[in-house]
Design a protein around this ligand. Structure first.
Ligand code: PHE
Length: 327
């Protein structure tokens, strides 16, 4: 065995060859399970104690030698210029996969920045919500159609737990635990039980706004939203308010912006209904406020000329790639 060890040692030391084939050959011959060295270890088991004492060390050294040699051969192989690793400069470059922000994220960030600049802070709240926060505290009458099955995804009945249908639930959560004055916006995902099509989806995103203080009036609401529209859509954007209805605001208004040759509805808004303030333990004689809610998808569709809501959630790279560099 001693001779075998020595001769293999010599072979290894003089082994040369720096392409991947000869490295692999080396590995199989000296390192793998079927290698010469492995065979020697098998034979070693059968030796007497005395022989084992004598041969254990050289055998282990041989194994180490082989491993080190394999490493140095591999390094040599991977060095530029070795036969095996010549780069083919004529190959087309790989498509670099620089990511991009999702268009909904871009619009969301823009909205946040616009309101942050005038002192609004950002809050969020749960998407799985109790009936109280999504409906009851927001002054929805018990038989209001929005509570019916076709609009709302129910997680459970009695107690009613729903996927929130709007971000207005967070208004209640904040007013319950914070004292006015408060000036917040709340971006988030909302859910409605609707058939998915180009124009409607079972989930989408909103940004809610809430401003509560002493003497907040409809003028404050209009000023704030005028400012928003001009920042978001350009300084010559015109704005109009149309009377509307939401259970939790009184009066309520929808805001349209001038777009191409007409008007487009962009958000719902109003002064917070005194009942809602009361439900949250805020005295409506002392405080008043306004709230608004807008859909992020809708604004993204306008800004980028997107005509199908489904594109936002399909993760089609050809769609997403177009927003590279946008922010
Ligand atoms: N929550 C309303 C909706 O989803 C929007 C809204 C928010 C209206 C706040 C008024 C005030 O349609």
């Amino acid at each position: 065995m001693k001779e075998k060890i020595n001769s293999i040692k010599e072979e290894i030391n003089s082994y040369s060859g720096a392409d991947s084939e000869s490295v692999e050959f080396f590995r199989v011959k000296y390192i793998s399970k079927k290698s010469l060295i492995n065979d020697l270890f098998e034979d070693f088991k059968k030796l007497s104690v005395k022989e084992k004492k004598e041969l254990g060390k050289p055998l282990n050294e041989l194994k180490t030698l082989a491993k080190e040699k394999l490493i140095s051969l591999s390094i040599e192989t991977s060095k530029e210029g070795s036969d095996d690793n010549k780069l083919d400069y004529s190959l087309p470059a790989e498509d670099d996969s620089i990511g991009s922000l999702h268009p909904l994220r871009i619009v969301r960030n823009n909205i946040i920045k616009i309101f942050r600049d005038i002192g609004f802070s950002i809050e969020d709240g749960p998407e799985i919500e109790e009936d109280w926060y999504n409906f009851t505290a927001l002054n929805f009458p018990k038989n209001h159609p929005a509570r019916e099955m076709q609009d709302t995804f129910f997680i459970s009945k009695d107690p009613d737990i729903v996927l929130r249908t709007h971000t207005s639930n967070v208004q209640i959560r904040l007013m319950e635990k914070q004292k006015p004055p408060m000036r917040v916006i709340i971006p988030g995902r909302v859910y409605r039980n609707e058939t998915v099509s180009a124009k409607s989806h079972c989930f989408f995103h909103q940004v809610e706004g809430l401003y509560i203080d002493k003497n907040v009036s409809f003028k404050d609401l209009k000023d704030t939203l005028y400012y928003f529209a001009k920042e978001m859509f350009g300084s010559d954007t015109k704005v109009r308010f149309r009377p509307s209805y939401f259970p939790f605001t009184e009066p309520s208004a929808e805001m349209d912006i001038s777009w191409k040759n007409g008007w487009l509805e962009i958000l719902g808004s109003g002064l917070v209904d005194p009942n809602v303030l009361k439900n949250c333990g805020i005295d409506p004689k002392e405080y008043s406020g306004f709230a608004f809610g807008m859909g992020i998808e809708r604004i993204a569709m306008l800004k980028y000329g997107i005509d199908d809501l489904r594109l936002f959630s399909e993760n089609d790279k050809r769609f997403l790639r177009q927003f590279r560099g946008a922010h």
